[in-house]
Write a protein that binds this ligand. Structure first.
Ligand code: NAD
Length: 491
């Protein structure tokens, strides 16, 4: 049994309105839990608590090593509970247990990484050009942070935000997606048993349009960090302008996976699948846009079809399942709409495109792995984020054309390419306008390296050292240690 209330100022609280929301297992639509459904007034209480905790210095003035120690302890609790957390994540999102286990191992590691970094930045001494003076640059916590996460990687995305913010000395109000709040509630519970002062960590629940919007608009919040869709990101940017908040945005992607004819084709086929079908394609970095050099196109598509037809759909918690359902009926309908758009645009449906027929899948939000060929860069199915188990295939005939097509998108989150040509590796990696470029691999990320998007895929970076710096302000302290009158005015 996990907590079903919100955590505000060190106490578990029901929504002021008394409302609650049922949380559904997307595999069978059964109710897993019923949690508090917060509103603006709950968000305001949490923000006030975080403001007071920050302004009191109870967290930001604590020696950084002590903040790090508490984060180490939280990492330890997460590792101890990782199997329970993974099961809860799979129940809430439908993803396979194996995938949730990877996520939980990462999450414990993220807390450890930022625990270790908490006391490592001692600032910088600048060689002052002014005689008899000292000049130092230090980093200080930004303040109160609103942190809004999506439903596809609920706890992983929350951890990317929570761990560096706390390490930096900020106080936080975390808001998980209203449809997948359970693991965020569970780690809040783990944190609540440790010695974090009241008001340092606050977890609020509820819809984005109320609770999320309050976090983005409030003049008591200093930074808003958001992961989610591009349109929501734009709304948050506008809302955040009221008090010129710092903004960190991790938005969508439409990520090209380019295969040159000189690549190791068998491995590239395998990764064309790995790049898309984890979590039924509901991944911001999914390689949904497959680009194949002319001469390998037909054979590659045949291999892909044969493998895709064998993907085992089912309950994420059952051993042997390779792909679970989509998150909700609403999202399934959106993906189905895109399949109709693709057909109308003239893309050729090679496989899938419908819901599976198996009786045991009828209550879940399943869609068959879907493959479209004869796609072109100007189609909506190629340009827009579908966020489902759908691959589109485009052909190209030269390196220059591949790069031009790949860059022809408003997004810039990640791209991958496959080649055995050393010169091409340098040329293409340099020309691709994406925050992450994978060479002979796909969908690799780790805590130590920064993650984020070029262009409309976002603002700022998470993970790595940069992920900590996002939560800091830079202060220059100048000291004149031999002050003398200038004798300029009125003498
Ligand atoms: P979403 O934008 O619908 O919702 C994300 C979060 O924002 C939720 O918590 C939601 O309640 C909240 N929200 C909604 N409207 C809001 C508003 N007006 N003000 C404040 N908050 C609001 O996104 P989603 O459907 O939950 O997630 C899928 C999207 O997330 C995809 O576009 C995906 O690419 C993106 N994503 C990006 C990354 C990345 O690292 N770049 C990682 C994961 C997901």
């Amino acid at each position: 049994m996990i907590e079903k209330k919100m955590f505000i100022n060190g106490c578990w609280e029901a929504a002021v309105s008394g409302r609650s929301r049922q949380i559904i297992n997307p595999f069978n639509q059964k109710v897993i839990s019923e949690v508090a459904e917060g509103g603006r007034e709950d968000a305001q209480r949490a923000i006030a608590a975080a403001r007071e905790a920050f302004d009191s210095g109870v967290w930001s003035n604590l020696p950084a090593a002590e903040r790090g120690e508490l984060l180490y302890q939280l990492a330890g609790r997460i590792a101890e509970e990782s199997e329970a957390l993974a099961e809860l994540e799979s129940l809430d999102t439908g993803k396979t247990l194996e995938e949730s286990r990877w996520d939980m191992a990462d999450i414990a590691g993220i807390f450890r990484f930022y625990a270790g970094l908490a006391d490592k930045d001692g600032g910088e001494v600048i060689e002052s050009p002014i005689p008899n003076s000292d000049s130092r640059v230090v980093r200080e916590p930004v303040g109160v942070c609103g942190q809004i996460s999506p439903w596809n990687y609920p706890l992983l995305q929350a951890a990317w935000k929570l761990a560096p913010a706390l390490a930096a000395g900020c106080t936080v109000v975390v808001k998980p997606s209203e449809i997948t709040p359970l693991t965020t509630l569970m780690i809040t519970e783990l944190a609540a048993k440790l010695d974090f002062p009241p008001g340092v960590i606050n977890t609020v629940l509820g819809p984005g349009a109320d609770v999320g919007a309050e976090l983005a608009e409030s003049h008591l919040v200093d930074l808003i960090s958001f992961t989610g869709g591009i349109e929501t990101g734009k709304t948050i940017m506008r809302a955040a302008s009221g008090n010129v908040k710092k903004i960190a945005l991790e938005l969508g992607g439409k990520n090209p996976n380019i295969v040159f004819a000189d690549a190791d084709i068998d491995t590239a086929v395998d990764y064309a699948l790995n790049g898309v079908f984890f979590h039924a394609g509901q991944i911001c970095s999914a390689g949904a846009r497959l680009m194949l050099e002319d001469s390998i196109h037909d054979g590659f598509v045949e291999q892909l079809k044969a493998r895709m037809a064998q993907i085992r759909l089912g309950d994420g918690l059952r051993q042997g399942t390779q792909m679970g359902p989509l998150i909700s009926q609403e999202h399934l309908s959106k993906v189905e709409k895109y399949i109709n758009v693709a057909k109308a645009e003239g893309a050729r449906l090679e496989l899938g495109g419908t819901r599976p027929l198996a009786a045991e899948l009828q209550n879940g939000f399943f869609l068959l792995p879907t493959l479209f060929t004869e796609c072109h860069g100007d189609m909506r199915i190629v340009q827009e984020e579908v966020f489902g188990p759908v691959i589109t295939v485009e052909k190209f005939s030269s390196e220059e054309e591949a790069v031009r097509l790949a860059n022809g998108t408003i997004y810039g989150l990640a791209a991958g390419f496959w080649t055995s040509n050393a010169g091409r590796i340098h040329r293409v990696a340099k020309q691709l306008r994406f925050g992450t470029v994978w060479v002979n691999d796909f969908n690799v990320y780790f805590t130590q390296a920064p993650w984020g998007g070029y262009k409309q895929s976002g603002l700022g970076r998470e993970l790595g050292r940069l992920g900590l710096e996002e939560y800091t302000e830079v202060k220059h302290i100048f000291q004149n240690y031999k002050p003398e009158p200038l004798a300029w005015f009125g003498v």
